[in-house]
Design a protein around this ligand. Structure first.
Ligand code: GLU
Length: 577
């Protein structure tokens, strides 16, 4: 035997089956998340007989401990569930909701829009959190275990703690100034005003206690009573450090008590014979991805070289984003021309605007109303590209019965509003800054409304059988990440793991396309080939640490996480191949 072979064998023998790896293939249940403890939490629940919904909530609660700047019970999200028994896709919307005091004027001062950065670290960016209600609905309707059982692994991680990773440190450090504004947040995440160093053993007993309270009291323990009062008090009088002045909210106990997670019909579309299910409004993800794919369906991508496929993908994304920016918002508050946006005939019209060889700058919104039965249209909105940074987390789980969960949840910005509820161990969201700050626009702030999101948990089926699940963090880049991964997988024929790991090209109707320094894209032959079409780049560190599951034709499942982004993720299968 040669030496490398022996070395590999030794590594395999001493590596536990659950050691962190980004790709795993096997049978039974499968999970992919960005956090190893979260993937292990899901696996523990699956091994204890729980289903995919139970395991997804266990993973999510653990991510709230290990990735507290991306997600948690202070925020909201969207969960897609495939129920194998019912052959049905369910979506649960636990998006944060604007408190009753909100009005379209909230983010205006002396007639002018306030600065996004000035609104984020304040009480007026905080929406009513939806996550706990979402977990409750998912477990009560589609799970087999109760909240107390599925929160156990997360409580254990919060109690025992973990070593701070370079990625945890990086995000904490970016947020030092924001966190230093609030005494409760500095006390948890900073030391002498600086991010806790890499390698520090970090525990969050306050969050463990909060999870215990929810285990004991159920959903009411969050939305009514003592904890609800503390959330409201924190939003309305944030615990500021000495000398800091902050805008205060006017959230009420009724805002919390009245919060509802909504069961929504998912967006259904088809692409080259596949059935795709995505998230409906208030997320723009399902519609934008479906529109872009409908546009691409008109091109014979299989016969084209990779650079041309990627050129067309970016042009289709641009057109879909022009429409998404103009028309999509909370469908309970505005008439979104959903039928038109999803129609293949409309996509064919949009596709005519694409030049096979050349990119021609920004796109205008189209007229989807012509493709609706009801062609009455609201006032034409002002179209802006508001600040939409890139955070959040996505996880996906399947079980041995064939149930699947794809779940994206967030507190919006890294570290949300920056406000930890004192003594409770979790950060409050700043999701309300996902509204447009002024109108006319369908996505202006209004009481009880949910801001437009880009979160895009997606499930794909072929001939009625699950083919893959995919989802990503990353603000509005979520849409392009999910879309590009689908194109890579379906049109360029890459296995899902390669499709997800490939360099991202995020064209959101901007002058330039966002690409990653992490993957050294600029200067690569791939970049140079695309420059011939007129594409230009705008670099960022990395885009969207995605997670997915590929259901293989031999009955096995490949769980796929990130090899590099966000420090690398963790994929585990119940019975490795
Ligand atoms: N607020 C974003 C959305 O709902 C998610 C946060 C992010 O990924 O930056 O689309």
């Amino acid at each position: 035997m040669n030496k490398p072979f022996i070395a590999t064998l030794i590594v395999l023998l001493i590596t536990p089956a659950w050691a962190k790896q980004p790709v795993a293939t096997g049978y039974g249940g499968a999970v992919a998340t960005i956090s190893e403890p979260a993937s292990q939490a899901a696996m523990r629940i699956l091994n204890a007989g729980g289903n995919a919904v139970d395991a997804a909530v266990a993973a999510a609660a653990t991510l709230g401990v290990t990735d507290p700047f991306s997600c948690g019970i202070g925020g909201g999200g969207f969960m897609l569930i495939y129920s194998a028994k019912d052959k049905k896709i369910i979506s649960i919307d636990s998006r944060e909701t604007a408190p009753a005091y909100f009005s379209p004027q909230i983010y205006k001062k002396e007639g002018k829009e306030m600065e996004w950065d000035d609104v984020v670290p304040t009480g007026i960016s905080v929406g009513v959190p939806g996550t706990v209600r979402g977990w409750h609905e998912a477990l009560a309707r589609y799970g087999t275990m109760d909240m107390a059982r599925v929160l156990q692994p997360a409580i254990q991680v919060a109690d025992t703690g973990f070593k701070i990773s370079p990625n945890f440190y990086r995000i904490n450090q970016i947020n030092e100034a924001k966190f230093a504004r609030f005494s409760s947040t500095s006390a948890l995440y900073l030391k002498d005003g600086k991010a806790l160093p890499i390698g520090t053993s970090f525990r969050n007993p306050d969050l463990a206690a909060t999870y215990r309270a929810i285990s004991k009291g159920g959903v009411k323990a969050f939305y009514e009573g003592q904890l609800a009062k503390q959330i409201v008090d924190t939003v309305n009088a944030p615990p500021v450090a000495a000398g800091v002045a902050v805008l205060t909210g006017k959230m009420t106990l009724a805002d919390l008590k009245d919060y509802e997670a909504r069961l929504r019909q998912p967006i259904h579309s088809t692409y080259r014979g596949l059935d795709l299910y995505g998230m409906a409004m208030p997320s723009s993800g399902g519609i934008a991805i479906a529109e872009a794919l409908n546009i691409l369906e008109g091109f014979d991508l299989k016969t084209m070289p990779r650079d041309q496929v990627e050129h067309l993908y970016m042009e289709a994304a641009k057109l879909a984003f022009a429409d998404r920016n103009a028309y999509v918002a909370d469908g309970e508050y505005t008439d979104v021309p959903k039928t038109g946006l999803l129609s293949k005939a409309y996509a064919a019209e949009r596709a005519k605007l694409i030049d096979l060889k050349q990119s021609h700058g920004k796109a205008n919104a189209g007229d989807p109303f012509l493709f609706q039965d009801d062609q009455s249209r609201p006032l034409r909105p002002k179209v802006s590209l508001s600040t939409e940074p890139a955070h959040t987390t996505h996880l996906t789980v399947s079980d041995k019965e064939g149930n699947i969960v794809a779940y994206t949840f967030t507190i919006e910005d890294w570290g949300g509003s920056g406000i930890v509820v004192p003594g409770k161990g979790f950060l409050l969201n700043n999701e309300m800054t996902d509204f447009e700050f002024s109108g006319p626009h369908p996505n202006i702030p209004e009481a009880g409304k949910r801001p437009r999101s880009s979160m895009s948990p997606t499930l794909a089926f072929k001939n009625g059988k699950p083919l893959f699940s995919i989802g990503s963090p990353g603000g509005s880049t979520i849409i392009t990440t999910v879309l590009q991964t689908i194109v890579n997988h379906i049109d360029l024929g890459m296995p899902l793991a390669d499709a997800l790991a490939a360099p991202r090209l995020s064209q959101r109707n901007g002058d330039k396309t966002q690409v990653e320094t992490l993957l050294k894209f600029v200067g690569s032959p791939q970049a140079k080939a695309l420059e011939q079409y007129g594409h230009q780049w705008n670099e960022t560190d990395e885009i969207g640490a995605a997670n997915g599951l590929q259901f293989n034709s031999d009955g096995s499942t490949t769980a796929v996480s990130e090899p590099l982004r966000h420090g690398g993720g963790s994929a585990i299968v119940q019975k490795p191949q």
